[in-house]
Design a protein around this ligand. Structure first.
Ligand code: CP
Ligand code: NVA
Length: 298
């Protein structure tokens, strides 16, 4: 049985196999097969979501499944029922699960105890579906492979989104530069484990120099609200703005996983000028979720 629990656990071949399917699902949206007909899948979310929730709900339905959305605080999980008991119950009723939560270990336990295909829809550690979408979006826009290109991530370099980028860089052979204050850089342990061409620096200008893609994410991730004020202060300046874009390659793309906080990690002007790419990136979540599920159930 296949799960998508992290990019760490995905081989380069599996990654490419999923990306190839995204092209087909996007092209054949109205006519593709419905391999989940007769199945019921659940989304079990402990954190807010717009893109991930709607793209999975719509995507699973378009693949033929019935879908339940379970807010974790509405089920007994929210009152302390262990994840492994929840998993053993739901695994007897459902055909697949998509989970957004805090601890990576919870998604891993759910997969192990439920016995049904399980997707990580964001944990504190990784956001694999997002980065699969981002790579698809880059290659779709540029008409060429991301291999050999330079991706610069600006902002909180230690959260889930850059972590998944780190694993993707190791698998798909592009250079990843992370521009972040020292205490917001990924751990050396993670960098050592992942390998690949990943460089971390506090110098945002040198990180952006000649980049093919400038990418950012919120400064205050879900679950970090108590540190909000300190994060806004610490990350001030780690922003995608016009002067940073001037340093990148002339045809550089700008992407953001969204939601965006204008005036913080990205300026209003840059976001609006690159809206076509950024909202295509958001749309591509739908096609990518289908590709992920199709790969899991084949
Ligand atoms: N990018 C992303 O995962 O968005 P949501 O939090 O709205 O799902
Ligand atoms: N790093 C962000 C991603 C949001 C899609 C968060 O975890 O809140």
């Amino acid at each position: 049985m296949k799960h998508l629990l992290s990019l760490e656990s995905l081989s380069a071949d599996a990654l490419r196999s999923i990306l190839d399917r995204v092209t087909v699902f996007k092209r054949d949206r109205r006519t593709h097969a419905r391999p989940l007909t007769g199945q019921t899948w659940a989304l079990i979310f402990s954190k807010s979501s717009t893109r991930t929730r709607v793209s999975f709900e719509v995507g699973l339905r378009e693949m033929g499944a019935d879908v339940l959305f379970l807010n974790a605080s509405d089920i007994q999980l929210g009152r302390g029922e262990p994840i492994r008991d929840t998993a053993r119950v739901l695994g007897r009723m459902l055909h697949g699960a998509v989970i957004r939560t805090y601890a990576q270990e919870d998604v891993e336990q759910f997969a192990a105890y439920s016995g049904i295909p399980t997707v990580n829809a964001l944990t504190d550690e990784e956001h694999p579906c997002q980065i699969l979408t981002d790579i698809f979006t880059f290659e779709e826009a540029r008409g060429e492979s991301i291999a050999g290109k330079v991706v610069t991530f600006v902002g909180d370099g230690a959260c889930n989104v850059p972590t998944s980028w780190i694993w993707a860089a190791a698998r798909l052979d592009f250079e990843l530069r992370i521009a972040a204050p020292k205490t917001y850089q990924p751990s050396t342990e993670l960098l050592r484990r992942a390998g690949g061409r990943v460089f971390c620096t506090e110098d945002i200008q040198s990180a952006a120099s000649g980049a093919d893609l400038l990418y950012t994410d919120v400064w205050v991730s879900m679950g970090k609200e108590a540190e909000g004020a300190a994060r806004l202060k610490d990350l001030d300046g780690y922003q995608i703005n016009d002067s940073l874009i001037a340093l990148a390659a002339p045809n550089a793309l700008v992407m953001h996983c969204l939601p965006a906080y204008r005036g913080k990690e990205i300026t209003e002007a840059v976001l609006e000028r690159h809206a076509a790419t950024i909202f295509t990136e958001a749309e591509n979540r739908l096609h990518t979720q289908k590709a992920v599920v199709d790969w899991m159930v084949e």
